[in-house]
Design a protein around this ligand. Structure first.
Ligand SMILES: *Cc1c(COP(=O)(O)O)cnc(C)c1O
Length: 429
């Protein structure tokens, strides 16, 4: 008997297989070659048959060159930071692809000369918030706050309530971020109660601005009080309001969530927000407010380091002008519809031999806003042992474990993905 390892196909022969040759064109020859080498190694180790090398390579061909893998978010957390926050709308994805090559982001096709960067996006943002005299876009909300501190409070004080000294996740704290600019934080009031008088007593020649931060990932309840933006506008210094979530106007389902338009109407000089939370767009920091102040922010040398790229501008404009975003659709889905989908999916999975049942569930907006708001939802419950296999599937599916069951919450799964979800679960059975 000859050495079976001699039957392992040569690299050139595997690369010449039509499906693999095509993949080498789209994914790059080096990446595909490394998959071929890995498959040959597995054959040498006896883990697969020599005749399975080609199939092994094909099975492991990734959809894209990026190591980021698409995930079906079945967690019931609408804005899941670890899963990339807001999933973009199809319109935003199309806009990204269109802008991906050379594009007129800073060029007028009419005159053939340089033009204002991102003007279409800024116009869309200004139209979305008519109350704002001026708008600006930076890398994220943290960058928006940084730019405010750098511009309005160099060597000065930022007056902020002790109840609003927020950590935004992964150890990042807004007070530390602001202090990193050299501005000093002037804390006023207490954790649970801060009055307009507390702010007024702290204002002086050293004040850069008053900052109101929306605690978007926790709530202080019980014996509490805070001074709203409207009570702080007569102090003779700018009031910057960080509304966090990116609601541009009040939302009926989230009555306690602050929004940009209301903060401006209450007299905030500047309002900051994230683009990838409830607005449902790309990561971005949105700035709205007083024309003179916005102009100063735009002119600060650091503004260049915080600016967004053409892909963000494209996706943000499409989010603002396009159809309802996936985040909004998830927020407003009727629980009755979610229950029907859960029952249909569970029945279909049971007939495929999976131990699945439709159950009631509770979804949340997530770290991106509306702390304490519970959204009634429906889920398909499968055995907990499915969770790991679901995470390693294609696409990966992430649910949550509740009392030894893996719950796949449908509020965060677009209805168009139900069939994909069913197949992903069935494959794990
Ligand atoms: C999320 C959040 C931030 C941070 O926003 P990024 O866009 O992630 O930088 C800052 N402030 C508040 C109130 C937030 O909710």
């Amino acid at each position: 008997m000859g050495d079976p390892r001699r039957a392992i196909p040569r690299t050139d022969a595997v690369l010449a297989e039509p499906r693999i040759a095509k993949a080498a064109e789209t994914l790059g020859r080096d990446l595909v070659k490394s998959l071929v080498a890995a498959a040959q190694q597995r054959a040498r180790a006896g883990e697969i048959e020599p005749g399975e090398v080609v199939a092994e390579v094909v099975a492991r061909l990734p959809a894209t060159v990026s190591s980021l893998r698409p995930v079906l978010n079945a967690t019931g957390v609408l804005v899941h930071t670890n899963l990339g926050r807001a999933p973009l709308s199809a319109a935003a994805l199309d806009a990204i692809v269109a802008a991906g090559g050379a594009t007129d982001v800073e060029f007028s096709l009419e005159t053939g000369e340089r033009a204002k960067r991102g003007r279409g996006t800024l116009a869309a943002l200004a139209e979305a918030v008519p109350r704002a005299a001026a708008v600006h876009v930076v890398n994220n909300n943290a960058a928006a706050l940084l730019l405010c501190a750098l511009t309005l409070a160099p060597g000065k004080e930022i007056v902020v309530s002790r109840g609003e000294l927020v950590e935004i996740g992964d150890g990042f704290r807004i007070p530390d971020l602001l202090a990193s600019t050299g501005a000093r934080l002037r804390e006023v009031g207490t954790t649970n109660r801060t009055s307009a008088r507390d702010y007024a007593a702290a204002i002086g020649p050293d004040t850069g601005f008053v900052l109101k931060i929306h605690p978007s990932n926790y709530r202080v309840t019980g014996f509490t009080s805070e001074a709203g933006v409207a009570e702080l506008t007569g102090l003779g210094v700018p009031v910057v309001a960080d509304v966090g979530s990116g609601l541009l106007a009040p939302h009926p389902l989230l009555p306690d969530e602050p929004d940009v338009t209301t903060a401006l109407a209450d007299g905030a000089s500047l309002v900051t927000a994230s683009g990838d939370k409830l607005l449902g767009g790309p990561q971005a920091g949105l700035l709205f407010g007083d024309a003179e102040l916005v102009q100063r922010l735009r002119r600060h040398p650091a503004a260049r380091a915080l600016r967004v790229d053409k892909l963000t501008l494209a996706a943000l404009e499409a989010t603002l002008r396009g159809p309802e975003t996936p985040v909004r659709a998830a927020l407003s889905a009727e629980v009755g519809d979610l229950q029907k989908r859960a029952e249909t999916l569970a029945a279909s999975l049971r007939s495929a031999g999976v131990d699945a049942e439709a159950v009631d569930s509770t979804a949340v907006v997530g770290g991106g806003g509306a702390p304490g708001v519970e959204l009634p939802s429906a889920a398909v419950a499968v055995p907990a042992r499915y969770a790991e296999a679901l995470r390693s599937g294609e696409p990966a599916v992430v649910g949550r474990i509740v009392r030894d069951r893996c719950l796949l919450d449908l509020r965060t799964v677009p209805p168009a993905d139900d069939a994909t979800l069913r197949e992903a679960v069935r494959r794990c059975g």
